[in-house]
Design a protein. Structure first.
Lengths: 165, 158
């Protein structure tokens, strides 16, 4: 595909949180992220590996802990509402491991879905942001569906739970 | 089995005017619409092979609240890397031409960055690395000055 965009790639997201310690603990546990640095303003830089200085997430304490917080459906506000992390994996076992982890730590799983281009788990963080973690499906499969990449083929709860084979 | 995150894949933005936002992400940022649905959801990417979508723009419901993006709890900012300083200059020119709100630029040593807003006021960082390689963590936050003079060179004095 020809591209004229100066944009090369997605980098990190900055998340403003109501309780920095709580959100840090959550992302360390839920997504195996590691705090690799802290800046003079107290923002925490989180990467997939300790020592990896390419953060995927930056957490900052909200100055106003009573500020408006995210709302999931049915009435989200205008603004950046949701984001998705991609798993560094090729097969479903990694997504199953995330699913197990989220259950273990008592995170609220909102839903799971086969999106054709990805298989995804949507869950809520401590501020009730809705986060997606996804596994890319094989390229041949998603190339067939690129005009409607996020059609839903239903949930994958059985596929992710230990009950499934 | 253990697992590891590879990257942040995409963000989803609820917008006040989906046509206006789609124009911003295509005409100004240069992303390509790789799909849209009958629910007016636009899937945008700079490179389908590398990432099937980077941004999803979808309409907010009529009358939806719009809390201050600089104060509210939640996603505060999304950062994108551009290929080079010349790409950053080109992006600056496109943002200026479109009348977008440009907040500031930053010289952070190995990272040169530009901050600008989309039509709903969401804040984005665009940056390039100088010299390639992985910048030191301090290059992520230690601001040495601006790069305004690099982005828009002053006309030569008469």
């Amino acid at each position: 595909m020809p591209t004229t965009s100066p944009i090369a790639r997605t980098s990190h997201l900055t998340l403003r949180v109501s309780d920095l310690a709580r959100s840090r603990g959550f992302y360390e546990q839920a997504l195996n992220l590691h705090v690799v640095g802290e800046d003079p303003k107290g923002r925490l830089y989180l990467s997939p590996e300790p020592g990896d200085l390419e953060p995927v997430l930056v957490l900052e304490q909200a100055a106003d802990a009573g500020a408006e917080t995210p709302r999931v459906e049915p009435e989200p506000y205008i603004g950046m509402e949701h984001w998705a992390f991609e798993l560094d994996a090729e097969d479903i076992s990694a997504l199953k491991a995330v699913y197990r982890r989220l259950k273990e730590i008592g995170a609220e799983i909102h839903h799971t879905v086969d999106h054709r281009v990805t298989e995804s788990i949507y869950f809520l963080d401590p501020d009730r942001n809705m986060i997606e973690i996804y596994l890319n499906t094989p390229r041949e499969r998603y190339a067939e569906h690129m005009d409607h990449p996020y059609d839903s083929l239903g949930d994958i709860d059985d596929r992710l739970s230990d009950k499934a084979g | 089995m253990e697992f590891k995150v590879r990257r942040s894949g995409h963000i989803v933005i609820r917008v006040a005017d989906v046509a206006r936002s789609a124009r911003f992400f295509t005409d100004v940022l240069g992303l390509t619409i790789i799909g849209n649905t009958d629910r007016q959801m636009y899937f945008l990417t700079a490179d389908f092979e590398a990432n099937h979508h980077m941004v999803l723009v979808r309409p907010a419901k009529p009358g939806a609240a719009q809390p201050d993006p600089d104060r509210r709890i939640g996603l505060a900012q999304a950062a994108f890397e551009v290929g080079s300083l010349s790409d950053l200059k080109a992006l600056y020119a496109r943002l200026r031409a479109a009348g977008a709100t440009i907040e500031r630029s930053e010289d952070r040593g190995a990272i040169k960055a530009l901050f600008a807003r989309d039509p709903d006021g969401n804040l984005f960082e665009f940056y390039c690395r100088e010299g390639g390689g992985t910048p030191k963590l301090a290059d992520r936050y230690r601001v040495r000055g601006s790069i305004d003079h690099l982005l828009a060179p002053a006309p030569a004095s008469a």
